[in-house]
Write a protein that binds this ligand. Structure first.
Ligand code: FRU
Length: 517
């Protein structure tokens, strides 16, 4: 509690010290109207959510001096989308977060849309020094006046830098650094240092494709290539790209991964993130892959991107746990929306090709407390188990997926269902009776489906429930379903059933709150 009060005080005091001149009303003139307790109905207890008000995409994910920075799309005045700022939080382990003052405010060039951050350790930009390298944020400006006037050139790219580890920021006086030549959707720059060409690479999206730029100093950029007009999914606008190298776990081969979020057009409706596996030579990204692969099949993992400079070569991913179909209507009051659990991305290959897995980072295990449950469960009859609440739990077991199998988690009247259907090789996830669903038509509608490959050995199913979300990881993150749920009473029953088999290595953990210890 003491820690919490301190955090709020620091937040308020520092929010009053912002150096930049806001073009619109901001935290400086709108103090926190509600004192957040992180105990409100539906408040995630171990996922990141802002103290109050509206949040969407993760931005500027960068690791610097033992600290993980998380910036995010933030509107500090309401719980619906509005003039975008970059909110800011930091963490030593990506599990426990400290709230920081707003990092970037809108200015005369527009709202601050999504983007990335780098540590310019060689001081190529000249914003700092080699001894004190600048953190540089690269983001999209969205000029509302331009959009309202019916123009197409209202999105441009800008940069800002910090010489005090992200505490305060200065906008570059030469903004915008990339202007707009009449492209309506032109945004979400991801920048990273490309070792092989000793240069900065920037990838952004332009409606139905990605554009790749190169720079020596983060300030002047030249367009090198384009990707995607004829590849992948095109059911909606491309957003929030990411490009990074990974080793195939089975062979050690190095490949490049391109993530591209798309809205609408996801396999199970609305917003989702496709990916491509290919090669990048410092100029162009190329791939033989014609069809999109998907980071996941649930409805609530969007605009996810990965950390720059993560330690030990890890590829660490965070997504926004919502969907534009209903993001602004979910039944929370003080704040709206949360991030997914941080996940490790790994690259794999089998006879059918390359694919990614994403799975919660190991540090998540530090907030788990073992609960008593049988370690093996024979499904010759239905297994039913009850406890006071399952709203903060992590359940794992091994299951033979060649056999029909169903999992329910719920209370007396509400439930979620996960089903394995070997006859059609489909995985089904159903939240139609999960609790409040009628705030928007598509939320509870239609079962979410995904085809799955047979496996001769049992695979792990892991289900992580946190107040208003369910994250399901099958086969260590090969198939993932992330979904929000809004039960009116705590889920407290677990029911497992299906064709006879014995589930092994069953483990249940309660998950501690990161906000209310
Ligand atoms: C994705 C997105 C981005 C944009 C931001 C605006 O959710 O639409 O393309 O930069 O949100 O908040």
């Amino acid at each position: 509690m003491v820690r919490y009060v301190l955090v709020i005080l620091v937040f308020l005091v520092t929010a009053c010290k912002q150096g930049t001149t806001p073009a619109i009303a901001t935290k400086e003139d709108t103090p926190l109207s509600v004192s957040p307790t992180y105990r409100e109905a539906f408040r995630p207890q171990f996922h990141f959510s802002p103290p109050e008000k509206w949040m969407n995409d993760p931005n500027g994910l960068v690791f610097y001096k033992d600290t993980y920075h998380l910036f995010y799309q933030y509107f500090p005045e309401d719980i619906v989308w509005g003039p975008m700022h970059w909110g800011h939080a930091t963490s030593m382990d990506m599990i426990h977060w400290n709230h920081k003052p707003i990092a970037l405010y809108p200015d005369e060039n527009g709202f601050i849309f999504s983007g990335s951050a780098v540590v310019d350790s060689q001081n190529t930009s000249g914003f700092g020094s080699k001894e004190n390298p600048p953190m540089v944020a690269i983001y999209t400006y969205h000029l509302m006046e331009g959009e309202k006037a019916g123009r197409n050139d209202f999105q441009t790219q800008g940069i800002a830098y910090s010489l005090d580890e992200g505490a305060t920021w200065e906008k570059f006086e030469g903004n915008p650094i990339i202007g707009n030549e009449d492209i309506k959707d032109f945004r979400d720059p991801k920048v990273f240092w490309h070792e092989a060409s000793s240069s900065w690479i920037l990838i952004l999206v332009a409606g139905d494709h990605a554009k790749i730029y190169r720079s020596e100093d983060l300030k002047s950029w030249s367009l090198r290539s384009e990707f995607g007009k004829e590849k992948g999914a095109h059911g909606g606008v491309w957003e929030c790209p990411d490009l990074f190298k990974l080793k195939v776990e089975e062979t050690g081969e190095e490949k490049w991964v391109l993530l591209v979020s798309i809205n609408p057009g996801a396999p199970n409706g609305g917003s989702g993130t496709q990916y491509f596996i290919g090669d990048f030579d410092g100029e162009s990204f190329t791939t033989d892959q014609e069809f999109p692969l998907w980071v996941e099949y649930g409805r609530d993992n969007y605009a996810g991107v990965t950390y720059n400079n993560a330690p030990n070569g890890e590829r660490l991913f965070i997504g926004w746990m919502s969907n534009w179909n209903y993001a602004q209507k979910t039944p929370t009051q003080v704040w709206r929306s949360a991030m997914t659990l941080p996940r490790n991305i790994s690259l794999h290959q089998n006879e059918e090709g390359y694919f990614l897995k994403n799975y919660p980072i190991a540090a998540f295990n530090t907030i788990l407390e073992k609960a008593e449950i049988p370690s093996s469960i024979n499904l010759s009859e239905e297994f039913s188990w009850e406890t006071e609440t399952l709203m903060q739990t992590d359940l794992r077991f091994q299951v033979d997926i060649s056999k029909a199998f169903t999992l329910y988690i719920g209370n007396d009247s509400e439930k979620i269902r996960l089903g394995f259907h070997p006859e059609t090789q489909e995985l089904l996830f159903d939240r139609s009776a999960s609790g409040l669903t009628d705030f928007e038509e598509s939320f509870g509608k239609e079962v979410q489906k995904q085809w799955y490959a047979p496996s001769e050995t049992p695979v792990e199913v892991r289900v992580i429930v946190d107040q208003s979300s369910v994250e399901i990881f099958i086969d260590k993150g090969r198939y993932v379903f992330t979904n929000q749920v809004f039960p009116t009473k705590p889920y407290r029953k677990l029911i497992l059933s299906g064709a006879p088999q014995t589930l092994s290595q069953v483990q249940l953990h309660y998950v501690k709150s990161i906000w209310n210890e």
